[in-house]
Design a protein around this ligand. Structure first.
Ligand SMILES: O=P(O)(O)OC[C@H]1O[C@H](O[C@H]2O[C@H](CO)[C@@H](O)[C@H](O)[C@H]2O)[C@H](O)[C@@H](O)[C@@H]1O
Length: 272
């Protein structure tokens, strides 16, 4: 992958990355953090079904404290309204549907990726997925405004390939959509040049945070977070939580949600 600046993205084996809590004192260097957080696997552990991923009160308190000292945004593959409802903090910014749908305080609402043009393709694909997978036990088709997740976490092993084949076939019918990967999920996303990384850069620019005094920090656990890690290379810090199946563009690591909270607590003590 190549960044817009023309430089190659550096990919590392997560095991070789410095631990973000140990590296913390050298990370900030008098810069003010701007914090971008993925939701599933970062603020809540991965669980069997999306609706079971409820934010712990302690994590909500930590996020509330953090938002008092710096910019905080949740950048999620979930539907924006859904993740807002789970987090329940009006002072945070939210980018849902993998960054296509952004909102926040001061009546901010924008869809800078231009995905409205693919809504009818998403509507059609959603109906087809529901109809063609209905006989397979455990499949969950989750519609977000600008994406569809086809979850197979609860599908018997012997039928997972069938779910993937149905998804591939339906994707092939809709060139306006493209495939996304995640943890036990296939996604149908707008086939547009927009992703979590572009949403992060959009927010930094929109809020005049694109300066040397600000350190953007992105924390996430999944393949879709790689676009955000890549977009911050040479500019900020990317922190991978746990690991996924591939090498990463992050430059630090954390082990789990508990360590994410510890890091956010430390950041919330930031004083300019
Ligand atoms: O970008 P994120 O905020 O991390 O969202 C990514 C996807 O998260 C959800 O699915 C994942 O978490 C579920 C709950 O832990 C789990 O059951 C599922 O297997 C995971 O793939 C969410 O449901 C998706 O819409 C998001 O795209």
């Amino acid at each position: 992958m190549t960044l817009r600046s023309g430089t190659e993205v550096k990919l590392s084996d997560p095991a070789t990355l410095p631990h973000a809590l140990e590296a913390f004192d050298t990370i900030l260097q008098n810069r003010k953090p701007a914090v971008f957080l993925d939701y599933d696997g970062c603020l809540t552990p991965i669980v069997q079904r999306p609706e079971q991923a409820v934010l712990a009160e302690e994590m909500r308190d930590t996020l509330q404290k953090l938002a008092k000292v710096c910019f905080v945004a949740i950048v999620s593959g979930r539907d924006r309204a859904n993740v807002q409802q789970l987090v329940k903090l009006d002072e945070l910014y939210f980018a849902g549907s993998h960054g296509f749908d952004i909102s926040g305080p001061g009546n901010l609402h924008t869809e800078p990726g231009g995905a409205t043009e693919v809504l009818s393709a998403l509507d059609a694909a959603e109906q087809e997925l529901k109809s063609e997978s209905q006989t397979i036990a455990g499949v969950l088709v989750e519609r977000k405004r600008y994406a569809i997740a086809v979850h197979y976490r609860n599908v018997p092993d012997g039928q997972v390939e069938q779910v993937k084949e149905i998804t591939r076939t339906i994707l092939a019918r809709h060139p306006q959509l493209k495939k996304g990967l995640g943890k036990m999920v296939l996604e149908l996303k707008p086939n547009l040049d927009w992703h979590k990384g572009k949403a992060v850069l959009w927010l930094l620019q929109h809020f005049n945070l694109d300066s040397a005094e600000v350190l953007p920090i992105y924390i996430g656990d999944d393949i879709t977070d790689e676009d955000a890690f890549a977009s911050l290379q040479g500019r900020g810090i990317g922190i991978l939580v746990g690991r996924h199946d591939e090498n990463t563009a992050a430059n630090c690591r954390l082990n789990d949600v508990a360590e994410v909270q510890q890091l956010l607590e430390k950041l919330s003590k930031f004083r300019s």
